[in-house]
Ligand binder design. Structure first.
Ligand SMILES: C[S@@+](CC[C@H](N)C(=O)[O-])C[C@H]1O[C@@H](n2cnc3c(N)ncnc32)[C@H](O)[C@@H]1O
Length: 251
């Protein structure tokens, strides 16, 4: 689907995710650490470092795409990290990068390793290779209550133009975590969609109130932080929102 068609609501299954250009996306967004990503990493790092994650946790990064910094935030806490990704091209990228990640990710790791327990992890490249399992699957098919720690960055807001799908995706992500498990998630604010190389991909224009409303039934201890951006490198959006919290325990 091209951008001109985007005035009509478009569902997740109407886009060619298997040909998402992982290299172009990663190169455009993550060649080096930008100030907005640094702010997000510091928030997530400080939350996970103090969240009391159980030893040998099982982590999951949902819709990991061509970004390693959410999963790197979980690295010191995990005995295993699943990468749950829908797109065949991103699965191939993740398989290569988790085996031995490119040097640009060292700069991202530097943001984490300024504090414990990240500082004690001597070889993150090797640790990721040992812990990672890349799996191809849809967020809408996640099992329930499987993981102890989770991340989902720019996925629920960026997989269709349909608000109901956004809400279902957020609920599927948090529902995949064990009750009480900490999570971190990031959302584009009011995004109109985005180009990856020449292909347009959809987004739903959410704000902080919508993120809070959507998380309320499934999460506790929710903390939302708006991230201002100086350089509009990503198309058609006006900032980001970071959410940290815990999967809600049954009443
Ligand atoms: C904007 S990218 C975000 C990628 C990465 N998490 C990041 O932080 O840059 C959106 C991601 O959602 C993935 N995606 C799209 N539909 C999905 C689905 N049904 N289930 C899981 N992931 C999906 C895409 O393949 C892509 O990796």
């Amino acid at each position: 689907m091209n951008r001109l068609d985007a005035t009509t609501p478009a569902g997740n299954d109407q886009f060619d995710w298997d040909h998402f250009d992982s290299e172009a996306y990663s190169d455009h967004n993550y060649r080096s650490v930008r100030d907005d990503d640094r702010q997000i990493m510091e928030i997530v790092r400080d939350f996970f470092a103090t969240a009391g994650v159980p030893e040998g946790a099982r982590g999951v990064d949902v819709g990991a795409g061509a970004n390693l910094y959410p999963s790197l935030a979980m690295l010191p806490f995990c005995a295993h990290i699943d990468f749950w990704e829908y797109s065949a091209s991103n699965v191939a990228w993740l398989t290569r990068q988790t085996a031995s990640f490119d040097p640009n990710w060292d700069e991202f790791w530097d943001v984490y390793r300024s504090r414990s327990p990240y500082a004690e992890l001597a070889d993150p490249r090797r640790a990721l290779a040992e812990l990672a399992e890349v799996r191809q699957g849809s967020i809408f098919d996640l099992p329930a209550a499987r993981w102890d720690l989770g991340t989902m960055f720019f996925v629920a807001c960026s997989l269709s133009t349909d608000l109901a799908e956004f809400q279902r995706a957020v609920h599927a992500f948090v529902g995949a975590l064990a009750p009480g498990a900490p999570f971190a998630s990031a959302f584009m604010a009011k995004s109109q969609g985005y180009y990856v190389a020449d292909n347009w991909f959809p987004a739903v224009a959410v704000d902080e109130a919508e993120v809070a409303r959507t998380l309320a039934p499934v999460a506790t201890d929710v903390r939302l932080t708006p991230i201002e951006i100086g350089d509009p490198i990503r198309d058609g959006y006006s900032g980001m929102i970071v959410a940290t919290g815990r999967a809600r325990r049954p009443d």
